[in-house]
Write a protein that binds this ligand. Structure first.
Ligand code: SF4
Length: 369
């Protein structure tokens, strides 16, 4: 008599998870199997394995990233994003240097490990023709001087020269999300943008010794094979941080009526990312479901909390403009209590600084060799 199918699935999962623990590299067919799991108990075992690998590489430390989205102007028209240029109903802002510095310093005082200086593709803030450096470079330099923290910049597709200036001004990280690595889906999500250029700029940033964050969207029209393709492309890029975020339908966009996807898919991808890239940073974003959705992402194996935002600053999120901001739930003090309940704690700043330094040194050696 043949054993029931669920028992075979369970045995296969046990074998796969223990072989990953033993250092085996997951193949595409393994990833297909893991991402295809539907039974909540079996998915729970994947989360448990992901937490085990996180513990092995990072102990009980979770890193905290402050988010300063200082310009919501954008020259692109991504179909999933409320900041697309065609969304004329959306109020926009460009924060002044004083406002940006105040938010960054407050986040540093509250104990974040990194400041994420992000923006739409607001070309007015790049290097103007007539000046030595532009707003973006100057604000990067100023925030570095004021906080002394590692900085992540997310200016979109920019020139290699501007990346170099940003690196010299104090940027440590360059985040630029492909969102999908399937060119036909990319064309639907990011119309008018070049898949190749967006990929190439990350290679260019890596060559300049910057740490890279790559990201994908979950529930924005991709199928299982598209996710497998993304993981394969991420293996080629070797990002230092890998994020997945569930698509949130936005008013004023062509995807406004797409049903909100099940966030369980995001959680499973977080766990699989941890199995494939056990020693990398993997975010749990507060931007999708606010504080209420944080623990599930941490339980799935994430080890960075992103999108911490200062209340009263007029700053917003990306997928959720205001969720949990003004009630201070997106500040370090609030997430710390959640971490304590899970037997975790915010990482030591020195540990994070060493992680950044070591990974940048590895990159510099690769470039030099
Ligand atoms: S995802 Fe980024 S590039 Fe695209 S419209 Fe939104 S802010 Fe602009």
């Amino acid at each position: 008599m043949k054993p029931p199918a669920h028992r075979n699935t369970s045995h296969k999962l046990n074998f796969l998870l223990s072989s990953v623990k033993g250092g085996r590299r997951l193949q595409d067919e393994d990833i297909r199997f893991l991402l295809g799991l539907e039974d909540r108990k079996l998915i729970g075992r994947v989360f448990e394995a992901a937490r085990g690998l996180r513990r092995e590489h990072f102990g009980d430390s979770i890193f905290l990233y402050g988010f300063v989205y200082f310009s919501t102007f954008c020259s692109n028209d991504c179909t999933f994003c409320q900041y697309r240029k065609s969304n004329i109903a959306l109020p926009r802002f460009r924060k002044s240097p004083g406002e940006i510095l105040a938010a960054a310093v407050r986040l540093a005082e509250e104990g974040v490990h990194l400041i994420d200086l992000t923006m739409g593709e607001d070309i007015q803030l790049y290097k103007p023709e007539s000046e030595e450096t532009g707003f973006l470079v100057e604000i990067t330099r100023a925030v570095k001087a004021a906080t002394g923290l590692p900085l992540m910049i997310s200016p979109g597709v920019v020139s290699a020269e501007l990346l170099s200036q940003l690196g010299h001004a104090g940027a440590d990280w360059y985040a630029c999300y492909q969102e999908t690595h399937t060119p036909s889906l990319f064309a639907r999500l990011r119309p008018g943008q070049s898949f190749k250029e967006r990929w190439q700029v990350k290679l260019s940033a890596r060559e300049q010794g910057l740490l890279i964050e790559e990201g994908i969207l979950s529930g924005a029209g991709e199928n299982l094979e598209d996710v497998i393709t993304s993981l394969a492309m991420m293996r080629v890029l070797e990002p230092d941080q890998l994020r997945v975020m569930t698509f949130v339908p936005q008013k004023g966009t062509p995807m406004a009526s797409v049903p909100a996807p099940d966030t369980l898919r995001e959680l499973l991808i977080i766990a699989v990312l941890r199995l494939v890239f056990p020693d990398r940073l993997i975010p749990a974003s507060l931007d999708v479901e606010g504080l209420a959705g944080l623990q599930s992402r941490i339980d799935a194996g994430a080890n960075v909390i992103t999108s911490l935002i200062v209340p009263g600053s007029g700053l917003t999120g990306v997928a959720n403009l205001s969720r949990d901001i003004e009630n201070s739930l997106r500040m370090p003090a609030s997430v710390k209590s959640m971490l304590t309940r899970c037997g975790l704690k915010p990482g030591d700043l020195q540990t994070y600084l060493h992680w950044v330094r070591d990974h940048r040194q590895v990159k510099a050696c690769r470039v030099g060799s």
